[in-house]
Design a protein around this ligand. Structure first.
Ligand code: PEP
Length: 249
């Protein structure tokens, strides 16, 4: 059976009360399906409320949008893997393009965050993807492999198998422009071959970038895609429930 993962990145939206209301509405609209799980990435202030709201549903999980690699200390504004876990997080995004391009996160930062996440049993979702200039220069695969190698190159096969990769071309995030399903699938094949040569062929590879109700069917028609990471189209609980329900039907 093909297993799909649907990940919702709420970015800087949806406070604790709104998270409770959102997840009530989502749960009312979406019944568990054996072939898929749904991960929600609320802002840090809403982690605990969201985790509480899904605690009776094993198919629904909550994760952090970012963590810092140190477990504790004088790092104002940051949250660590153990703090996120204490609030109910089971996973964390790492190296989202907004972290890399707005906040200046480096490849080396993504490596340290991945190691910290694994140490505290948070499932890492490593985001990789090229800018428009890199794509137009023909560097897509080189950029993605550099990001994979920097963050994950030192992990053994067992640890690598615990990682979810999200291929998110930077030019497709929040722009309404998505990669064609064939283009996405061809980068996914490259990622899969990188994982396979390191003994982790079964790690999940998601696609992200302006995924919506309009394009979910054609994207998930590509067997290379193990699911999607979605920003804008995940903010409305009814629309998101429908997308999860029909995606890869
Ligand atoms: C994202 O935030 O990871 C994302 C893919 O956003 P959007 O779906 O809005 O493009």
């Amino acid at each position: 059976m093909r297993e799909l993962r649907f990940a919702a990145n709420w970015k800087m939206h949806i406070g604790p009360d709104e998270a409770r209301a959102y997840l009530r509405a989502f749960r009312a609209r979406y019944d568990r399906r054996e072939d898929r799980d749904v991960w929600f990435f609320p802002p840090a202030v809403s982690l605990e409320a969201a985790a509480q709201a899904v605690r009776e549903r094993l198919d629904l999980s909550v994760g952090a949008q970012d963590i810092y690699w140190e477990p504790k200390g004088a790092f104002t504004g940051a949250i660590s893997a153990p703090l996120a876990a204490q609030a109910g997080a089971k996973a964390t995004l790492i190296g989202h393009s907004e972290r890399r391009h707005v906040f200046g996160e480096s490849d080396e930062d993504t490596r340290k965050k991945t190691v910290a996440a694994l140490a505290y049993r948070l499932a890492p979702v490593l985001c990789v993807g090229e800018t428009l200039a890199e794509r137009e220069a023909g560097h897509t695969v080189a950029v993605v492999k550099r990001q994979l190698t920097a963050a994950l190159g030192s992990l053994d096969a067992a640890r690598l198998a615990q990682i979810t990769i999200a291929y998110e071309p930077v030019w497709a995030i929040g722009t309404g422009r998505n990669a064609t399903p064939r283009d996405a699938a061809s980068v996914h094949c490259e990622i899969r071959s990188w994982l396979t040569t390191r003994g982790a062929a079964r790690a999940r590879v998601l696609y992200g970038g302006s995924v919506s109700l309009k394009n979910i069917a054609e994207l998930l028609a590509e067997p290379e895609l193990d699911g999607v990471l979605v920003g804008g189209a995940s903010l409305d609980p009814e629309g998101w429930a429908e997308l999860v329900q029909i995606g890869g039907a």
